[in-house]
Write a protein that binds this ligand. Sequence first.
Ligand code: SF4
Ligand code: SF4
Length: 186
Amino acid sequence: MPPHLCGFHSRSWDTLLTRCSAELTGLPEAERNWLTARLQLIADYQCELDQLFQLARGPHACTSCHGQCCDCGRHHFTLTNLLGYLLQDLAPPRPDASRPCPFLGEQGCTLDAPFRPFNCVTFLCDEVEAGLNAADQQRFYQLEKRLRCVYEEIAARYPVASLRGLLIALERSDGQSLLKSAAGRE
Ligand code: SF4
Ligand code: SF4
């Protein structure tokens, strides 16, 4: 079984980073600009969602419940999240394959809010949701809709960026280029 099929292990992660960085370097300028604009939009939406999460005292609630929902986070991280780091020349945190979610650290999520998975930044459990007033809840779910559209736009162009998650998408990609457009580029 290829190493990426059973999780983000150290060697497969390094190989993925090298491969993804090389493909980004080789992108034509227009394609890079297309991607940069969408990743910026994602980062902006996610920062606002995170502000609402903080306003609802989400971090306090999550510490008390020991990050229960993160136990199901194994497949949340997508290629789009990785591209967010790499396109800004930032190093993503190293995944830990022994954790229920490979990005769950001792102090919570090791990913920065602009690059956290869609499923994570848009999830409000009942307790956290109750910490937002009606207007803020409405804004939260409006942002979720807009954010989903951008993720889906990227996934429609690059199938490996599927919201099903990077591990599953890599498994199904049969070694194809990460940034190969589904429709082909002009
Ligand atoms: S979002 Fe809710 S369920 Fe998830 S870790 Fe935080 S408090 Fe717990
Ligand atoms: S990526 Fe972060 S927020 Fe999402 S499940 Fe993993 S640890 Fe939790």
